[in-house]
Write a protein that binds this ligand. Structure first.
Ligand code: SER
Length: 316
């Protein structure tokens, strides 16, 4: 069967790299990039592109009718920090965007749907270290609330309608190709840019803030691995815990200093993102992903740092 794949939110931090990876595997013309913004990179020239707002169901319906997708990736979302600036919009986009896609996937018999969740589904009363798949979840950001509700909807559509929906709880994603999307973990990207251009960085999270992170190459590989897995192997239809590396700003700075010895790190006070970070896990237990579909990250802190600096250096 020839796959036809829609990627909604194709211009974002994940979409930019996912579209390229999918086009390599499935052929350029079989992966349709969709976003509300014009792509400012070569995605438009390397395959089909459609302007789509995931909240406009009629237009979405036309896109489903036109392409009859076998797989849909819904990446359009407001993240944790931007979501707090506009909670109602974040809820509307993150929730109704998902429900629109789930409904259209049923109508058009889409074989598989991918939707990302996040470590933001956990909250202040979740265990902080090796946070398990199943535990207390009391997210206190609108982003986390919408992701947790979205996970429940995904499982609901799978159980009630047999929809093959798959999901991963991403940690902070570190990448160099596209800008990060307004999250609490974005400091871990900005730090690399500033280290190269200024030799210093002022972190909006404090020295002790340890968070789960992952290099984008691992995230893309894991996402496609989950989507390629036999349906019978997917025991979790809400969303999988997904582990990479964990570090604090201080530890990351020490790693960067191995390459840029004079790099200095300072800290800003009173940033609202600190409270969000404090409510999230420090590390993740992803044993279900390991057992069900063989997940294993390839990038540790040192390998990620080398790759980030090398790629950003040639970009800057
Ligand atoms: N990177 C995301 C954020 O910080 C977490 O899913 O919002």
């Amino acid at each position: 069967m020839i796959e036809k794949i829609l990627v909604l939110g194709s211009n974002g931090q994940i979409g930019t790299e996912l579209v390229t990876a999918l086009r390599k595997s499935y052929g350029e013309s079989n992966v349709v990039a969709c976003d509300i913004r014009r792509p400012d990179y070569d995605i438009k020239n390397s395959g089909p592109f459609e302007f789509v707002n995931v909240l406009e169901k009629d237009i979405l319906n036309n896109i489903f009718q036109k392409y009859k997708p076998t797989q849909v990736y819904l990446l359009a979302a407001l993240l944790s920090a931007t979501g707090e600036q506009n909670p109602k919009l974040a809820w509307d986009l993150n929730m109704n965007g998902l429900l629109n896609i789930l409904d259209l996937a049923i109508t058009y018999k889409t074989a598989k749907v991918y939707w990302p969740s996040s470590i933001a589904v956990f909250g202040p009363n979740s265990p902080k270290d090796a946070t398990p798949q199943y535990c207390v979840m009391d997210p206190n950001t609108v982003y986390g609330i919408s992701k947790l509700a979205g996970e429940r909807w995904c499982e609901y559509y799978n159980q009630k309608f047999g929809l093959d929906v798959r999901s991963i709880r991403y940690p902070g994603l570190i990448s160099w190709k596209a800008a990060p999307g307004g999250g609490t973990t974005d400091y871990a990207i900005h730090i690399f840019h500033d280290a190269l251009t200024k030799g210093s960085y002022a972190s909006f999270l404090n020295a002790e803030t340890e968070l789960p992170m992952m290099y984008m190459d691992d995230a893309i590989r894991g996402t496609i691995q989950l989507m390629d897995a036999e349906s019978s192997k997917i025991s979790i239809r809400s969303s999988y815990n997904f582990g990479g590396v964990s570090f604090t700003p201080e530890v990351l700075a020490a790693e960067i200093r191995k390459h840029i010895p004079d790099f200095t790190l300072t800290y800003k006070d009173n940033d609202p993102r600190q409270a969000i970070a404090n409510s999230w896990p420090r590390s993740i237990d992803d044993s279900f992903a390991q057992k069900d579909w063989g997940w294993k990250p390839e990038f540790d802190l040192s390998k990620m740092t080398v790759d980030m600096l090398k790629n950003l250096q040639s970009n800057h």
